[in-house]
Structure formats: C-alpha cells, structure tokens
Design a protein around this ligand. Structure first.
Ligand code: G3I
Length: 382
C-alpha cells in the first residue's frame, strides 16, 4: 500500500464496482507505474493502454486497417505500443480471402498475424460467417445466391475448415457467427438460413470451427446486444439452446457501436447475464459517435459532445472491468480518419467516434480510458 497509485486504485475500485461513476473532461497524466512490469523491459510505455490493462489481465484491442499498418509510421507505432490484441477490420473477411472461388489470398491477414506475433499481441479472428462482405461468386447481398442449397452448405464447410486451419494456433478468439439476428430478435433470412431451412447452420459452424482449431475461443458477435431488448434476448436464448445441445460456443462479443443520441445501455447487466451462462464476454468493436459537421465529419456540432462521449467510453470500459468473464475491450480502430462511421452515418452526419483525432493525436476519450485502467487495480483479475 506504499505506492500512491495503489491508494488511488482502492477508491476507484469502489467507484467502479459501486456504480456508474464517469470521469468527464479530464486529461490528467497517470502516475508513473511500475507494478506488473515484466522483468525484461517491454517495448511499450508503462502508461500505454496495453500495459495498464495487463494489471487486471484485460486485453485492450484495436481493429487494424491494413492499408495503414506498415506504411503509416505513426499508425503502426500506436498499434504496436497501445494494444495487446488486434482484429483484422476487413482482411480476414470472406470477400478478401476468397474473392475468386477456390483461390485463397491470405497475404494481408498473414501480415497482420506476423505483426501481432512480433509485438506480443493476441489476435481476434473476424469473421467466419456473415451476410456482408461475401465474395461476388457466392452472393452480392447475403440474402440471394445462384448456388443451390447443397452447394451453399458445402462451400461454407470448406470455408470454415480452410480459414481455421490456415490460422490454427494463431487466433485467440474467433468471431464465428456475426450478426445473425435483426433488431427485432428475428433470425436474418440469409443464404445460410435458407440453405439450412432455419438457424441450424449456427450449431454446425461452431462444431466445424472447433474441429478445425480446438484451442480457439469461439464467439457469437453482434451489435445492440448492449441494450436489453428483443435482440439481446434472442441471442441469450440462442446461447442457452447451443449450450443445451453441447455446441462448442465459448463467448459472446458485444460490438459496442454507441451513439450519444441514444441513452447509455444497461451493458453491465447484459454482460453479467451472458457470463452467468458460462460464456466469456468481450467488447469487440467499440466506438462512440456523435453529431458532427457535414463539411468536417469529425468535428462535433456541439463542442460539449466530447463530455458525453468520454462518459460512454468510460462506462463501457468499467462495465467490462467489473465482470471477470469480460476478457477483452476492443475499440473499432483508433484514429478518426480511418473510422467507418462518417461514411456510414451521413444523414445526419455523425463521426468523431474514436480515441485519436485525424492527426493520430490522443483525444480526451483516450485519456479517460487510460485513467480508468490506471485506477482499476481493484477490479477482478481475469
Ligand atoms: O473491397 C473493396 C476494395 O476492393 C476497394 O479497394 C475499396 C475502395 O474503397 O473498397 C473496398 O471495400 C470496402 C471495405 O470496407 C474495405 O475497405 C467496402 O466498400 C466497405 O463497405 C467496407 O466497410 C467495412 C464494413 O464493415 C463493411 O460492412 C468497414 O471498413 C468495417 O469497419 C466494417 O466493420 C463492421 C464489422 O466487420 C462488423 N460489425 C459492424 C462493423 C461496422 O460496419
């Protein structure tokens, strides 16, 4: 108890576990931290997100844009120094790895895995089965295909084994099935649903994935699970039913695409109820967008918006820290210039969703995460 940071951590742990305290507007430097430093000096700063996360065993991740990694020096350095886990934002998706039927192109994904190994980072595999970003030969929209049902089943099985075997031993968590339900909690009637005549494809894909790489943690991943409602309830029932059938599912990924225009979700109780089913949970794609200017898509219309954004970031991280089963917290990228948000939400315009600005300088949102991690030593270790 002799060190100042430890004293701080006790008070903040009480705040963390007791409620929804949010640090807003503060960009104070954290104390110089020495605890938990491995004997060999790490190649990343002691006050980096990854170093601070290590104190509770929480991996701090980022989605990686392979157009920037390696070619953009500042981007590459931040990726290495700040994060202990990486997710391919696009290069492991089916359209990228098998654009031409039967011809696999793993090069960019392999580069990311090599980068992760070099920098002692874990890899989240994203994503094996989704209705978006499918190769043109398979489906242009995820809901229609020229292939027969039997062919659809066969190509999916081949895809799962090809991908899992290629990355066998290199991927910590796989997003096996992504976004299989709509916001009303109804199963999306995708080419998979149609080929199987229902949601039976989900159990098959998890079983195949487990057969191909028995050590990988296999996740169901979706957005809006943060809020209790029809979708979160449907996925909860799905997981219960998969468990009852002894399907190898190990975790549920909460994407965490939040916007200040909506109220903050009851995230922690949703993490807890999935954890109570024996699942790992993870925040897999966090960003917090707000209304921005049409001609400056990462400049908030309301200069006070950053306070709300800081609060949402902080509460999401604290929700994860408070639940021992929550093993990783991954923002969906870090620099506002490379975020998917301004291109997708443009009427009205939203943006400024990440923790570094367009010049890759840390924003107040970054410092809030840094401070929360620095003060979280009382959170359960994972
Ligand atoms: O594939 C073409 C490529 O050939 C071309 O060179 C390039 C030029 O612009 O466009 C390429 O495709 C784009 C791709 O990103 C790669 O940059 C697509 O048009 C674009 O739609 C795609 O957007 C991605 C989006 O998923 C697709 O739905 C975003 O970067 C990515 O952040 C986003 O990520 C998803 C998660 O996977 C699942 N959860 C939601 C999340 C946000 O939508």
């Amino acid at each position: 108890m002799g060190r100042p940071w430890l004293l701080l951590s006790v008070t903040s742990a009480a705040a963390l576990l007791g409620g929804q305290l949010a640090f807003v507007g503060s960009a104070t430097a954290v104390p110089d931290l020495v605890a938990d430093r491995p004997s060999a000096a790490p190649a990343y700063p002691a006050d980096s997100l990854r170093a601070l996360g290590a104190r509770t065993g929480l991996k701090i991740g980022t989605a990686v844009n392979m157009d920037q990694l390696g070619s953009n020096e500042k981007y590459t350095q931040i990726t290495a120094e700040q994060f202990s886990s990486v997710t391919a934002e696009n290069v492991m998706k089916w359209a990228e790895v098998e654009a031409v039927r039967g011809t696999y192109t793993w090069e960019k994904a392999d580069q990311m895995v090599a980068f992760a190994k070099k920098n002692k980072q874990l890899v989240r595999g994203h994503t094996l089965l989704w209705h978006n970003q499918l190769p043109a030969w398979l489906s242009s929209d995820g809901y229609t295909t020229t292939l027969s049902n039997d062919e659809v089943k066969a190509v999916l099985k081949k895809h799962v084994f090809a991908q899992l075997r290629h990355f066998k031993g290199d991927v910590w968590q796989w997003d096996v099935v992504n976004e299989a339900f709509d916001d009303n909690g109804q199963p999306r009637e995708t080419i998979w649903y149609k080929a199987w005549g229902g949601t039976g494809y989900i159990a098959d894909v998890f079983r195949w994935a487990h057969q191909a790489d028995p050590k990988a943690l296999l996740f169901y991943n979706d957005y809006n699970l943060e809020f209790t409602g029809p979708k979160s309830n449907a996925v909860y029932e799905l997981v219960k039913s998969l468990k009852a059938q002894r399907v190898p599912i190990h975790g549920v990924g909460f994407q965490g695409h939040l916007s200040t225009q909506y109220g903050y979700p009851d995230l922690q109780s949703n993490l807890e109820r999935f954890a109570a089913l024996g699942q790992k949970v993870a925040l897999t794609e966090v960003d917090v967008r707000t209304f921005t200017q049409a001609d400056a898509v990462n400049t908030p219309v309301n200069p006070l918006a950053s306070y709300a954004q800081e609060s949402y970031w902080s509460r999401s991280l604290k929700a994860c820290l408070a639940v021992r089963a929550c093993i990783s917290f991954t923002p969906w990228g870090f620099g506002d210039s490379y975020s998917w948000v301004p291109g997708w939400f443009d009427d009205p315009q939203e943006g400024a969703a990440l923790i570094y600005d367009e010049q890759l300088n840390p924003k107040s949102q970054y410092y809030v995460l840094q401070q929360d991690l620095a003060l979280a030593a009382g959170a359960p270790r994972r």
